[in-house]
Design a protein around this ligand. Structure first.
Ligand code: ATP
Ligand code: MG
Length: 618
């Protein structure tokens, strides 16, 4: 379920509240039912108090015991109904609060998955996480407590005002003035605390981000004995959070005592003046009793109102962050070209097939017809210019081609732009000039999911998930059965080490593979790519952490894996790329040489230097 399609970034309370509407609308009947029950139970309370006047005047003062008993029984029945409705709406409210938060959480996660890599490049993971923890928590608290309480206190405040004006309008002018003062005070403190609540949520996100980074980098912290500095940095973040929380709660905390004090003053004044009215026979004793109970009761709902307001303020600050994240623009995908299973007839005509044929083609819809282009793995760059930031180009006019089945290697110094090039084939980022074609189709026209399905990548930084080895390999192709996975593991030469693990393929991988060696992680990543079985394979430093002996061992498997596929290889170890069809030498985002190993050695250019440099190193 995706509700917030408008990409509206809430800038104030009102727009934040507006973002909620779709979530609440789904439960509108339940909300109406709850509201009715809340109003009913509040009205029962108010009416119960109102009955005190006739009970005193008509039954207690004239000593009418029968009447008194009847009136008391009636009151008890009414209060019992009030209690019953409270129990029902409280239970219902809990369910709905959970359901609304469930929906928001699901949408938040769904939206997060659509965000471009740029978003993750520029936000700490802890901060992103805190949307799911702190921000959703406060929102849940507020939801759970606020909706019914706010309606209840509002009904009681309005009902009390009506009742006291009916009982005695003169005294009520004093009460109304005090109520107005209390409301102004609440407004005043509320505005200030909201500002700090927002800072508090932000500071909490930053602190989480910092902790997450340190936990992830705990080894580096220890290696460089950065504990003291880390503690200092942590203290700074912690102090910002403490200050914001203290300020927010101070302002929020001042509200209740001030309102309560005002209500006591109000009570004392009204009781004294009311007493004079009774003595002067302008008011009956029963009415004064009921009146004073009402006045005493005003502080409670106003208090409740303020408390709920604080809850809401904190929740709004959290909600604003949540909806801001939901308002982040998703990765755009205007691609219409999709992958389709096909069969080809004897005359070479390609037809789409519903069954699994193992043969794929690009389904390219034109205005008047649908064209099928066989999936071959032909990748071309035409004068591609790209920069992660608009003010700095990383790739400066790259043109290259990789024909189906060719093995293309990228070499060049660190930071030359090798990984960047392969990031573009996958459309992790969009280029600013030029074009990239895949089987003759501009990659911008291809739906991202289909494009990525046709390319397997062994990324430079291997990521493993906290599940079994088997499932980690299956990540490459969810349809793969266990035999295919084991086959892929054998191809990547991972089978022998996996078999020696305590639970073999069912061994659980601990956080990002901390229970495996770097090389073993790379072997799993290669197996993951192998199980994917796509026409294009990208290996970014796929064997950099594997020792040369194991690399030799997997060479055969790798050759088998590369067989018949277009392969892009990046490797610093030049011996790995010697047998490539073409070696592309990159320097500062430009191609400076292209050719086979022998050609480049003969040319005695940069490749020759790199190659010899490596020999010297070895
Ligand atoms: N996500 C990113 N955001 C901003 N700049 C980036 C990002 N990734 C890489 N860069 C910059 O782009 C340039 C090229 O990086 P790239 O990762 O392509 O280098 P590389 O050739 O793969 O290097 P290496 O051999 O070290 O892997 C570098 O100067 C780097 O600072
Ligand atoms: Mg790289």
């Amino acid at each position: 379920m995706k509700q917030n399609k408008s990409h509206q970034v809430p800038s104030d309370k009102l727009t934040t509240l507006r973002c909620f509407i779709p979530y609440l609308a789904k439960y509108r009947f339940s909300f109406c039912f709850i509201a009715l029950l809340v109003i009913f139970s509040a009205a029962v309370n108010l009416y119960g108090t109102y009955l005190i006047a006739p009970i005193i005047n008509h039954y207690i003062l004239p000593h009418n015991y029968d009447g008194l008993l009847q009136a008391v029984l009636f009151m008890c029945g009414m209060y019992a109904l009030g209690v019953l409705s409270t129990a029902v709406y409280k239970q219902r409210m809990t369910r709905i609060a959970q359901a609304v938060i469930f929906d928001i959480r699901a949408d938040l996660f769904e939206h997060l998955q659509t965000l471009p890599l740029e978003f993750f490049d520029t936000h700490t993971h802890g901060d992103i996480m805190s949307h799911f923890t702190n921000d959703l928590d406060v929102l849940q608290d507020a939801f759970h407590n606020c909706f019914d309480n706010i309606i209840q206190s509002f009904t009681i405040i309005c009902g009390t005002l009506i009742a006291i004006f009916i009982l005695n309008w003169k005294l009520s002018c004093i009460v109304a003035t005090f109520m107005l003062m209390m409301t102004c005070l609440i407004q005043f403190y509320g505005k200030r605390s909201k500002h700090y609540f927002r800072i508090q949520q932000k500071a909490m996100g930053e602190l989480n981000g910092y902790i997450e980074e340190l936990v992830e980098g705990s080894k580096v912290v220890k290696v460089f004995q950065h504990e003291t500095q880390s503690m200092q940095d942590f203290n700074e973040h912690n102090e910002t959070l403490r200050h914001a929380s203290a300020q927010a709660l101070t302002y929020a905390g001042r509200t209740i005592p001030t309102v309560v004090s005002l209500s006591y003053v109000n009570y004392a004044i009204v009781a004294s003046i009311g007493g004079f009215f009774v003595l002067a026979n302008q008011l009956q004793l029963g009415e004064l009793s009921a009146y004073l109970i009402y006045v005493r009761q005003t502080a409670m709902p106003i208090n409740q109102f303020t408390q709920q307001l604080n809850f809401i303020l904190a929740a709004l600050a959290g909600a604003q962050r949540i909806f801001t994240l939901m308002g982040q623009i998703s990765e755009t995908d205007e691609g219409k070209v999709t992958l389709a299973q096909v069969t080809s007839s004897a005359h070479g005509r390609i037809c789409e097939s519903d069954t699994h044929t193992g043969q794929w083609a690009w389904r390219h819809p034109h205005e008047d017809h649908v064209e099928y282009v066989p999936l071959a793995g032909d990748v071309r760059f035409h004068n591609v210019v790209f920069g992660y930031r608009s003010d700095r180009d990383i790739l400066k006019g790259i043109s290259l081609y990789a024909k189906p089945g060719q093995k293309i290697a990228f070499v060049g110094s660190t930071g030359a732009g090798k990984t960047t090039i392969i990031n573009l084939i996958n459309r992790f980022y969009d280029i600013s000039q030029g074009s990239i074609t895949y089987d003759g189709i501009d990659v911008k026209l291809i739906r991202k999911a289909d494009l990525r399905r046709s390319i397997a990548v062994v990324l430079q930084d291997t990521h493993l998930f906290s599940t079994s080895i088997l499932e980690n390999i299956r990540y490459g192709n969810l349809q793969a059965n266990d035999e295919q996975i084991i086959e892929a593991a054998k191809l990547a030469n991972a089978h022998s080490f996996i078999r020696r693990l305590p639970q073999g393929y069912h061994t659980q991988v601990q956080s990002n593979g901390s229970n495996l060696s770097q090389g073993q992680r790379q072997l799993l990543a290669i197996a993951r790519a192998a199980v994917c079985d796509p026409p294009v394979l990208i290996l970014d430093e796929a064997t950099s952490s594997i020792d040369t002996r194991t690399e030799k061992l997997i060479e055969k498997g790798m050759d088998q894996l590369m067989e018949g596929r277009t392969v892009f290889v990046i490797a610093h170890r030049l011996s790995t790329v010697r047998n490539a069809d073409a070696i592309i030498v990159l320097d500062h985002g430009k191609i400076i040489e292209r050719g086979s190993h022998e050609e480049l050695i003969q040319r005695k250019g940069r490749y020759y230097q790199l190659y010899n440099g490596q020999f010297e190193l070895e």
